[in-house]
Write a protein that binds this ligand. Structure first.
Ligand SMILES: C[S@@+](CC[C@H](N)C(=O)[O-])C[C@H]1O[C@@H](n2cnc3c(N)ncnc32)[C@H](O)[C@@H]1O
Length: 212
């Protein structure tokens, strides 16, 4: 029997050779929290107030508003989330602003991979130089870290546009697929939790599994 399985019965791992690779199931998580430092601005009540001034816009963007968005402007909220992910999942991915790496790097294990979602059409702000990417920290599960362990080979940089939806922060399907591939997701074996559902775009892509 696979040593990993023998040593992890309490974690609910089970062994499968259904795909001929002899692998165990993984508990995975994708976390797409409000950006640290921008949470209230993007998802808080102030945004609702601003949108109400604009009339019907509030209705269109209603799902973006969360009464407790402000807690994600506190570093300790993000640090606690990292602790939960490390304690409870075999593999996880967290999306963030590049500048948030200054905080996150202190909290994640040194084995964590730093990946880049390059969005050529990212919304312009007043900043110079213009930011065109989002950082994705990825903890690849043990047993999925080698090229022979996974079903699809993928790089740690993705270039894809965010698309044209009205939901602030919604992820394009290709970016979720890329994250799943980096995690070595096996749709026949693994479970994936989507911690910040938002528009539902991430959960929708997970539900489709990975087409090979
Ligand atoms: C970056 S978005 C997630 C987008 C999602 N991945 C998608 O593809 O649509 C972050 C989400 O967290 C929600 N949020 C804000 N504050 C929250 C809180 N205190 N608890 C839970 N969710 C919160 C926001 O309303 C928003 O939907």
């Amino acid at each position: 029997m696979n040593a990993l399985v023998a040593g992890s019965e309490g974690n609910g791992h089970r062994y499968s050779n259904a795909n001929g690779k002899g692998r165990i199931n993984m508990k995975l998580c994708i976390a797409d929290p409000p950006y640290l430092g921008k949470a209230e601005m993007f998802y808080g009540e102030k945004k609702r107030a601003n949108m109400n001034e604009g009339g019907n816009i509030a209705k269109t963007f209603k799902a973006d508003i969360h009464p407790d968005a402000h807690i994600w402007d506190r570093p300790e909220t993000h640090e606690n989330m990292v602790d939960e992910l490390v304690a409870n999942y075999d593999g996880w991915a967290i999306a963030m602003l590049p500048v948030n790496l200054f905080h996150y790097i202190q909290w994640v294990p040194s084995s964590t991979r730093i990946a880049v979602w390059h969005d050529p059409n990212v919304m312009p702000t007043g900043s110079h130089p213009r930011r065109r990417w989002e950082a994705v920290l990825v903890s690849v599960p043990i047993g999925r870290k080698r090229i022979n362990d996974v079903q699809t080979h993928v790089g740690d940089v993705l270039t894809v546009s965010h698309g044209s939806g009205s939901f602030a922060g919604a992820k394009p399907p290709a970016s979720t697929r890329w994250v799943l591939d980096m995690l070595g997701y096996d749709s026949e074996l693994d479970t994936v939790d989507d911690l910040f559902e938002g528009s539902g775009a991430v959960a929708k892509e997970i539900a489709q599994g990975v087409l090979l």
